[in-house]
Design a protein around this ligand. Structure first.
Ligand SMILES: NC(=O)c1ccc[n+]([C@@H]2O[C@H](COP(=O)([O-])OP(=O)(O)OC[C@H]3O[C@@H](n4cnc5c(N)ncnc54)[C@H](OP(=O)(O)O)[C@@H]3O)[C@@H](O)[C@H]2O)c1
Length: 356
């Protein structure tokens, strides 16, 4: 195996955006290891994707305790590749992990208790061979744990030095507003929110019970937003326009349900594909550009995507060449598409709307 020397021009073509009111910047495109980095994929392919990403200025890699298969495998595999290739560049990378979804069947392998969050982060650090993560998230709201317990645990994790910043994922607008206020009072502001967001899944734009959308809350609170799943797990690409390829996510596992590729959704996808073509982009590129479009103080910090090959990743980076949209293009996208019923994280968001 060759020794890795990253591209010397790696920071030239990437845009870096400030995360809310913080001093930290993230690349406009970040890479997630939810899928494609488990023990079902060759380590060599994983290494190629990570190297290609870093060579193109992707400094942010997003993991979680349970990413696999099996749970923990993505952190293990990342740790192996990190040890060989990336350790000299640790100070130039932003690595995140999370806990909250199911890690194991024990009473301490799900939720938002101090016990789960602290022990899980320790295990994540061991698997990845790191002293600290840059961002640690509570991965989803937990209806059974007092919000204060979760937030005190996040605060203490920062104080311990095991995470530099903390964030929340899939919290709705009301719970986010409460969490932001609590952490400000504690002198440990939340850095960032990680919600799902794509042309086919626009829940973060809709007002909640208090009249504010999640984007309203994050904007007024100075929280960064990293939107995950800009490609709707691959639906917003040309992958499914002519059927379900055998090597695709829809063919292989249950997170992209085949029912979602129904005629109504496919017809939206074809219309969006036409709009992308008129912009001189592929559908994948337009879907990423759209997530990153200028929304004033609601503009997202980063689009957090996945890729099963270097080719996909490099193609997707082409989105950065055309981030601006005319009013007519945005109106055409609004006309062509509506929510496709693909937000598999909606139940977690709804499970706890308020902290008390
Ligand atoms: N906080 C949370 O609860 C949460 C939940 C989910 C995800 N995330 C984060 O978000 C990251 C991204 O999620 P995601 O992988 O679902 O995002 P995504 O970017 O919407 O989907 C990625 C998938 O789309 C397909 N694809 C990518 N580029 C393509 C291209 N150019 N042409 C055709 N197909 C293409 C590939 O699927 P194929 O396998 O079919 O090639 C790829 O694995 C995760 O890794 C994780 O870090 C967070």
């Amino acid at each position: 195996m060759s020794i890795y020397a990253p591209a010397s021009d790696r920071y030239d073509s990437m845009e870096y955006r400030r995360v809310g009111n913080s001093g930290l910047k993230l690349p406009a495109i970040s890479l997630g290891l939810w899928q494609n980095f488990g023990d079902d994929r060759p380590l060599a392919t994983q290494r190629d994707i990570l190297r290609a990403a870093y060579d193109r200025g992707i400094t942010h890699f997003d993991l979680a305790n349970n990413y696999g298969p099996e749970p923990g495998a993505a952190e293990d595999n990342f740790g192996r590749i990190f040890a060989r290739d990336f350790r000299p560049f640790r100070d130039e990378m932003i690595i995140s992990s999370k806990a909250g979804w199911v890690m194991n069947d024990s009473p301490y392998g799900f939720g938002g208790s101090r016990k789960y969050l602290v022990s899980s982060l320790d295990a994540s650090l061991k698997r990845m061979g790191l002293d600290y993560v840059d961002i640690f998230y509570h991965h989803r709201p937990d209806p059974d744990t007092p919000l204060e317990e979760t937030l005190y645990a996040l605060r203490d994790i920062v104080a311990s030095g095991k995470a530099l910043y903390v964030g929340i994922s899939s919290y709705g607008p009301e719970l986010t507003a409460e969490a932001v206020e609590f952490m400000e009072d504690e002198g440990c502001p939340l850095l960032i929110h990680q919600p799902s967001y794509s042309i086919l899944n626009r829940w973060i734009e809709r007002p909640g019970e208090d009249g504010e959308s999640l984007l309203d809350v994050t904007a007024r609170s100075g929280l960064g937003v990293i939107g995950f799943g800009p490609l709707a797990q691959g639906m917003l690409t040309d992958r499914y326009i002519d059927g379900i390829p055998a090597d695709s996510r829809a063919a292989k596992n249950k997170t992209l349900e085949k029912d979602w590729l129904n005629e109504e959704n496919l017809s939206m996808i074809r219309s969006l594909n036409d709009i992308a073509g008129k912009r001189g982009q592929s559908l994948a590129q337009m879907a990423i550009s759209w997530v990153l479009r200028d929304q004033g103080d609601r503009t997202l910090t980063s689009a957090l995507l996945g890729a099963s090959s270097v080719e996909q990743l490099e193609h997707n980076l082409g989105a950065l060449d055309h981030l601006d949209f005319s009013a007519d293009e945005l109106a055409a996208i609004d006309d062509a598409a509506h929510d496709a019923g693909i937000n598999r994280w909606a139940g977690a968001t709804a499970s706890r709307v308020r902290g008390n």
